[in-house]
Design a protein around this ligand. Structure first.
Ligand SMILES: *Cc1c(COP(=O)(O)O)cnc(C)c1O
Length: 489
């Protein structure tokens, strides 16, 4: 399989080039040149596989044997550190909840990130070239990436991770700052959730020739590729439990949505023939995704609002570009026009025709913090099921969109153990304490909380400068940090 850009289909790259570069050379996002069709007969075979076997089988369709051997692939797609069956499916009322968060950092991002980092680690070793991962995170990407790099223990591989100071939970901060891996460098910047995206994009365009820099946020094609597997697995398990004839019925999925990486994975899976119905996004008051799905207006809002579900605080979800690419049946020229417009004006207005097409596949609901807390409390009371704030946004969206009493699947993207402040606000301190002392609270999380923190580097926000000027300064600081640790090695 070769890879091309959402903005120019004459570009053709290997999987290695695509995953190691992050963005495509024209500023677009990488996508596979074709999406293989999956037949019902194939799906029936896949229903017999365990999670790791399924992941390997699906991934093999996208990664040629000549680039990654069968043995290498089986070492990359492993799920140690996850309790089997990797993604358990719970019943909450009529809904199925797919718990994607049983990995080492208690968030769904472990599932995709660990494989992506292992691919990069493999390619760095093969090339004998230093590779530095650049990450900006509003929460869970950072811990997942840091843990994956630290577990890879590969001297060729380092990570520089940035988070917005004060805007991630203290649990997440500790996950970043308690690692003692020499391959990890952590920065807190005084800005909004995606304010480091532009500096990182610049840096990826102009790395010094002596080293290789790459991004592992979900613009990296490795992430949505891995995330398709969540949908295939969930469909097959629900079909099994409901005793559906595979392929006869479709399954609607409701998930909390930030950068739309997980959503893009779902759309790709649907395009391949996985019997998925509507893909529904739950968002918080940072609601660009909801606005575009309801009205066609893809307008970045001028500022980020603080919420209790900070991992989905986003102003511009970059994977919308992949969604547009598939929506337009891979019309690279149109996507290029649209995205150029977004980049210059921060705005795009879809025509009524395109909006209707979008709405045939997607739906959305905007859930305020207050509504999210109410849902958390209700589900706890009625089903004794405790949700993290992001899962609760999806659950709130499921209610709003009329799924109560129907069969559909909600993606649970993080464990409540990561979000003491928000969960306590929703269900009260007594319930939190009970949870924190129960065996539902992961022992490895408890141990992590007791470790000492290493203070992060701070990038200051100089109030006399514009955001753009601050971003230039931060980029300079990031380059210096990398130069320092690359010299140390
Ligand atoms: C990242 C994240 C999301 C959003 O996923 P996207 O792929 O960015 O849309 C949802 N929930 C949690 C807990 C997350 O960390």
């Amino acid at each position: 399989m070769r890879y091309t850009s959402t903005r120019n289909r004459t570009i053709s790259c290997t999987f290695e080039e695509a995953i190691c570069s992050g963005y495509a050379p024209d500023g677009g996002l990488f996508v596979p040149e074709t999406l293989p069709a999956v037949s019902v007969a194939t799906l029936k075979e896949w229903a017999k596989l365990d999670f790791a076997q399924l992941a390997q089988t699906v991934l093999r369709l996208f990664v040629s044997e000549s680039e990654v051997s069968a043995q290498e692939l089986s070492q990359i797609v492993t799920y140690e550190g996850f309790a089997p069956p990797v993604i358990p499916i719970q019943r909450v009322g009529s809904l199925y909840v797919a718990e994607l968060f049983h990995g080492p950092t208690f968030c769904f991002k472990d599932l995709g990130m660990r494989a992506v980092v292992r691919f990069l680690s493999l390619f760095a070793t093969k090339r004998r070239q230093r590779m530095t991962l650049l990450v900006s995170t509003t929460g869970d990407t950072g811990p997942a990436a840091v843990q994956a790099v630290s577990d890879a223990r590969n001297p060729w591989l380092t990570i520089l991770v940035h988070y917005p100071a004060g805007q991630i939970s203290s649990f997440q901060r500790k996950q970043l700052t308690t690692t003692d891996s020499p391959h990890v460098h952590v920065v807190a910047f005084e800005g909004g959730g995606d304010d480091m995206d532009r500096p990182i994009k610049n840096m990826l365009k102009s790395a010094p020739s002596s080293s290789h820099w790459t991004g592992v946020n979900s613009y990296n094609i490795g992430r949505p590729l891995m995330q398709m597997i969540h949908y295939i697995w969930t469909y097959l398990r629900v079909a099994g439990q409901e005793e559906w004839e595979i392929g006869q019925q479709t399954l609607d999925i409701i998930l909390p949505t930030g950068a739309m990486g997980n959503l893009a994975g779902g759309y790709m899976a649907k395009k391949m023939g996985i019997p998925l119905g509507k893909l529904c996004s739950g968002v918080n008051v940072n609601d660009i995704t909801h606005r575009v799905m309801q009205t066609g207006a893809f307008h970045s809002s001028p500022f980020m609002l603080k919420t209790l579900s900070e991992a989905i605080n986003i102003q511009i979800p970059y994977n919308f570009e992949r969604i547009l690419f598939y929506l337009t049946e891979q019309d690279d020229q149109l996507v290029r026009e649209w995205m150029t417009q977004v980049e210059t004006t921060q705005k795009l207005d879809l025509s009524t025709e395109w909006l209707e097409q979008l709405q045939q596949v997607f739906d959305s609901a905007r859930i305020s913090d207050k509504a999210m807390c109410t849902t958390t409390r209700q589900v706890w009371k009625e089903h004794h099921y405790l949700m993290d704030p992001h899962t609760a946004v999806a659950m709130g969206a499921a209610e709003t969109l009329g799924y109560s009493g129907k069969i559909a699947a909600v993606f649970a993207t993080a464990s409540p153990c990561k979000f003491e402040e928000s969960v306590t606000m929703a269900v009260g301190k007594d319930t939190w304490d009970m949870f924190a002392q129960s065996d539902q609270f992961p022992a490895t999380a408890r141990a992590m909380l007791l470790r000492n923190e290493r203070p992060p580097t701070i990038y200051r926000n100089d109030r006399s400068l514009s955001l753009y000027e601050n971003q230039r300064k931060w980029e300079e600081q990031a380059r210096q940090i990398i130069a320092t640790f690359e010299n140390d090695a």
